[in-house]
Design a binder for this molecule. Structure first.
Ligand code: ADP
Length: 428
């Protein structure tokens, strides 16, 4: 390799300039590779001479290759940015939360699919569409304006009318670089969470009410006994019976609540094949004393036994609840018919009664917790208003469904449909 000291002065000077030019190239390249190459070429031209001609081609070659490297680096940076940007877009696009970015004039610069869907925006959207054309709710526009004015992020719970009235937890944040760059809004749909929260509150209120009624009776009658009724044997016995009755009612409510809570929160038991015939027969044994005491005749019919995938104890509870109602809400000397059948690829059990029937306006609500057509009658028969809620939950957990048809004054039919064990073999 030639050493610089062995070269003629003009060559050494050329070399020095060329090295300098390389430094220029290095400085210039990050901004523009072409500028760097031109600077190098100009400086090398000044050096002149035979040696400098050699160095010119040597260093311009070097400069070119350095510029190629820089070009490559630039390409890599651009590629990385593009990759990063598509990754971000994919992440924002797949988010369940709605995202919308706007410029300071409240024109949309970006929106993800979740936002478009929840606000029912037709895509593609024209560039810089005003946000007000998509969401007309004044509160939201106010929120963005407040963020632009203060430069501080803001969180609010808003009911937005776009895409049907829904409740959102909205967070608006100014984009990095100050509010002049725009702001981004995140929308969490909390409509369902709020609905469940309302149900939970109603449920707690209902439970308290249901417990308070028998408790008030128990303490009332106990006080009356202590205040002197104990000395009156006829009344003492009657009051003691009422207390016992109310205490039983409390026990029924608490045990039904426990069953419901296990159904809702507990892990469903692993389904096992259960014989419908055995399950119904076992339930019939449980309700037999009530049927006898009310003079209701229960008839059980099945052309074939069917196994379903379920949980033995829960399935029996389903039939006990349905049969108990069919007997309780029947007329004296009424009838209950239980039948197992195969219908539309499903194993079904019909529980038919000749009882009071259910008014059509109440039918859609009778599976709700604590819903009763006639509260007084339900309580008088030891009902809790939770029996059908348990039935629905348990059956659905086993992959089945429960339905009801009823005619006022004529009777009701409750139908439980479950997937039979051999469902694959059934032609529907
Ligand atoms: P309850 O403890 O009151 O029986 P359920 O949840 O089992 O509670 O039933 C809810 C309500 O549905 C009952 O109070 C009753 O009004 C009505 N109901 C249920 N089954 C029947 C039936 N077979 N015939 C008439 N009404 C019924």
């Amino acid at each position: 390799m030639p050493r610089v000291t062995n070269l003629r002065p003009s060559v050494a000077c050329g070399a020095a300039l060329a090295v300098f030019s390389l430094v220029i190239v290095k400085i210039c390249l990050p901004h523009s590779s072409m500028d760097g190459v031109a600077a190098a070429a100009a400086l090398i031209g000044v050096a002149g001479g035979a040696g400098s001609n050699f160095l010119f081609s040597y260093f311009s070659e070097k400069a070119r290759s350095t510029s190629e490297v820089a070009d490559e680096q630039l390409r890599e940076v651009v590629d990385n940015l593009q990759r990063e940007s598509s990754r971000l877009e994919a992440i924002l696009g797949s988010m369940v939360e709605g995202v919308v970015a706007v410029d300071p004039l409240l024109r949309i610069t970006f929106l993800n699919r979740a936002f478009a869907e929840s606000m029912e925006v037709q895509l593609p959207l024209e560039a810089r569409t005003p946000l007000v054309q998509v969401v007309r709710d004044h509160d939201l526009l106010e929120m963005f304006n407040a963020v632009f004015n203060s430069g501080e992020p803001l969180q609010k719970r808003l009911i937005l009318s776009a895409g049907g009235t829904r409740t959102f937890a909205v967070q608006v944040t100014p984009l990095a670089g100050g509010p002049n760059r725009g702001a981004i809004g995140m929308f969490y749909d909390i409509t369902e969470i709020e609905r469940l929260e309302r149900i939970r509150k109603d449920f707690v209120a209902n439970v308290s009410h249901e417990l308070r009624t028998p408790l008030a009776a128990i303490s009332g009658y106990a006080e009356t006994l202590l205040e002197g009724a104990l000395e009156d044997p006829d009344n003492a016995r009657r009051f003691a019976e009422i207390i016992l009755n109310k205490a039983r009612q409390l026990t029924n409510i608490v045990s039904d609540l426990l069953v419901l809570s296990t159904l809702e929160s507990g892990k469903p038991p692993v389904p096992q094949p259960v014989s419908l015939r055995e399950s119904v027969e076992s339930a019939l044994r449980t309700v037999e004393p009530v049927a006898r005491s009310r003079g209701v005749n229960v008839v059980f019919r099945f052309a074939e036994d069917l196994d379903v995938m379920g949980h033995e104890i829960r399935l029996e509870q389903v039939f006990v609840n349905l049969l108990d109602n069919a007997i309780k809400f029947n007329r004296p000397d009424g009838e209950v018919h239980v039948e197992i059948a195969r219908e539309g690829g499903r194993a079904v059990v019909h529980v038919r009664d000749t009882g009071l029937g259910i008014p059509s306006r109440d039918l859609p609500r009778i599976f709700e917790r604590f819903y009763r057509v006639d509260k007084a009658r339900s309580r008088a028969t030891g009902g809790t208003g939770l029996g059908l809620a348990i039935v629905k939950h348990a059956v659905e957990q086993m992959g089945g469904s429960v339905s009801v048809e009823s005619r006022l004054g004529q009777g009701s039919v409750f139908t439980v449909a479950l997937p039979p064990v051999d469902s694959n073999a059934i032609v529907t």
